[in-house]
Write a protein that binds this ligand. Structure first.
Ligand SMILES: C[S@@+](CC[C@H](N)C(=O)[O-])C[C@H]1O[C@@H](n2cnc3c(N)ncnc32)[C@H](O)[C@@H]1O
Length: 247
């Protein structure tokens, strides 16, 4: 069991010293929660996960419910609420939307510092009356889903009906043009160039479908072609129906 998982199981303090970070970045436990801090000029405000306030709270209340693209892509409809593995959890925004709509969600994140921020956000969400029931539907595992998806799903005793993937899309624009908070995140997450391998692993494990979030104009992940696509204003979902369900 990794230190992040043991932290989650017992809600004890995380040992930040144990997490390797790129030079110039550090994790700090502040009164408001765990934050990732970098030089302000380059990285702007510290990064943290807060499900009870800000954008997450706004989207929970006014986001459009099951009419949202992510809900349609994952197959949430009236009376149907699949269990979803978010195998590229990041800061948990998509996972939180799905859990807000009633889905059980297993979040998998491979970067230890990001998993630690998520763990801290989930801990605080579980103590807040607006978000406690939602957080109770969210389980976090720290690990690499491209390499150990079967083991991670089994360790959480989770039924992987739908697998949601949102790998980082390699960006070409110069870092000066990238929003500061994205720079911090990218510094940690990198480019996810192994996305084709992750897609293969997900197709082996999902019992119903795999859904992949892409920038609207980006090509699909290399590998088998998606059976369907759903297009939104800025992003697109590529849908891969489970092999046994394709006629
Ligand atoms: C674009 S972000 C996801 C953002 C997320 N959808 C959200 O709503 O906050 C991609 C994340 O997936 C993680 N990731 C990529 N490949 C992974 C893998 N094979 N296993 C686990 N995490 C992975 C990256 O470290 C990064 O944090």
């Amino acid at each position: 069991m990794s230190f992040v998982d043991s932290y989650l199981e017992s809600y004890v303090e995380i040992n930040h010293e144990g997490i390797a970070l790129p030079e110039g970045l550090r994790l700090e436990q502040r009164e408001e929660g765990l934050v990732l801090v970098g030089e302000e000029k380059r990285y702007g405000s510290p990064l943290s996960v807060d499900f009870a306030a800000g954008k997450a709270a706004h989207r929970r209340r006014f986001g459009g419910g099951r009419g949202q693209l992510i809900a349609k892509a994952c197959g949430l409809s009236k009376g149907i609420t699949p269990s979803v593995v978010d195998a590229t959890a990041g800061l948990g925004r998509d996972a939180f939307v799905l859990a807000s709509l009633g889905a059980q969600v297993l979040l998998i994140e491979r970067v230890a510092a990001i998993a630690a921020l998520l763990a801290d956000g989930l801990k605080r969400a579980s103590r807040h009356s607006d978000t406690a029931a939602i957080a109770a539907r969210m389980t976090l595992r720290h690990g690499d889903a491209a390499q150990s998806l079967v083991e991670l799903v089994a360790s959480a005793h989770f039924t992987p009906q739908v697998i949601h993937l949102d790998p980082m899309f390699p960006h070409r624009e110069k870092s000066a043009l990238v929003k500061k908070e994205m720079r911090l995140f990218r510094e940690l997450a990198g480019d996810d160039n192994d996305a084709p391998r992750l897609l293969e692993a997900a197709l082996d494990v999902a019992t119903h479908r795999v859904v992949v979030k892409r920038p609207r104009k980006a090509p699909p992940i290399a590998g088998p072609a998606p059976q369907h696509t759903l297009e939104g204003k800025t992003s697109r979902y590529d849908l891969y129906v489970h092999r046994s369900l394709v006629r």
